[in-house]
Design a protein around this ligand. Structure first.
Ligand code: BGO
Length: 266
């Protein structure tokens, strides 16, 4: 049995896609201990694949219940594949979640939804370039218009290759590498980067979970303090800005607005 999780921003069209992929074959309940709806179902075209619909979220921080349910599922249940439902009309905000998913190292496919509206808005998204730049499979779809869903189903059935993590500013990368060296012996190898980023962000839930020795904690505090001095901002802002810098470069290379041409002709 292959386990697939649907993740995406609220209003990205996740529910519409979930219903399309699973049909009436759904189980509905609550996540343990919280009043957040839990929905799962079998892929209509392949009953050996279960699809777990995760709560809509903008981030994998630990602040809201939705964020916690989604990130705990990805880190502890380790689904075989995550389908990241992206609202193509709001790429910048949606790719922010994509980068955080990539930081976990989870196998990933991007479902670029709402392409029917994106097309009309005068924005041309070069899907193959986006896929190349992110080093993951990207499939355009319209869940509402039921367009290209068969292509997504094929990708869900396939095994997705490993990808390279998004690389940020080299000063940030060296801080993350140092944290990785400090925690290498206490976290699983395939989640090393995720834990390093979370510790750099001073994520309280991860700090509590890892129960690091005082020596390790002090080393990490020192690495963070040095980075904050170099960048002149708090460690969580350093990460947020690094993600947005990465996203703006990707958008600059993969998205063309027809307004650009109008401006150059006038
Ligand atoms: C309403 N294209 C377009 N154009 N719309 C889409 C697509 C798409 O590919 N996919 C989804 N939508 P959810 P979350 C609505 O409900 O699946 C629409 O939160 C309305 N409702 O139809 O709920 C979808 O699960 C009244 O729109 O998203 C829905 O991720 C007027 O995006 C909305 C207009 O989809 C959110 C829209 C009473």
């Amino acid at each position: 049995m292959k386990s697939v999780a649907l993740v995406g921003n609220p209003n990205s069209g996740k529910t519409t896609l979930f219903n399309l992929l699973t049909g009436s074959n759904q189980t509905i309940g609550n996540w343990p201990g919280v009043t957040v709806e839990k929905k799962s179902g079998k892929l209509k075209t392949n009953a050996n694949i279960t699809i777990q619909d995760l709560p809509g979220t903008y981030s994998l921080s630990p602040y809201s219940i939705e964020e916690r349910v989604t990130r705990n599922f990805i880190i502890s249940q380790q689904p075989d594949l995550v389908v990241d439902v992206v609202d193509s009309t709001n790429l910048e905000r949606n790719l922010y979640l994509t980068l955080q998913l990539m930081e976990t190292g989870t196998p990933l496919v991007l479902a670029m939804n709402m392409m029917d509206i994106a097309e009309k808005s005068g924005k041309k998204i070069n899907i193959s370039k986006l896929s190349y730049l992110l080093s993951i499979k990207v499939v355009w779809i319209s869940a509402l218009k039921k367009r290209n869903i068969h292509k997504l189903e094929k990708e869900i059935e396939s095994n997705q290759p490993e990808y390279t993590y998004p690389e940020y500013d080299e000063r940030l990368e060296s801080a993350l590498n140092m944290i990785q060296d400090t925690i290498r012996d206490v976290v699983p190898a395939d989640s090393l980067r995720w834990y390093a980023i979370k510790l750099f962000e001073c994520d309280e839930q991860i700090n509590n979970e890892l129960q690091l020795s005082e020596k390790k904690k002090n080393e990490i505090t020192e690495i963070i303090a040095t980075a904050e001095e170099i960048f002149g901002e708090s460690s969580d802002s350093i990460i947020v800005n690094a993600r947005y810098d990465f996203i703006s470069k990707i958008i600059e290379m993969a998205v063309i607005s027809t307004d650009d041409f109008k401006a150059s002709l006038s």
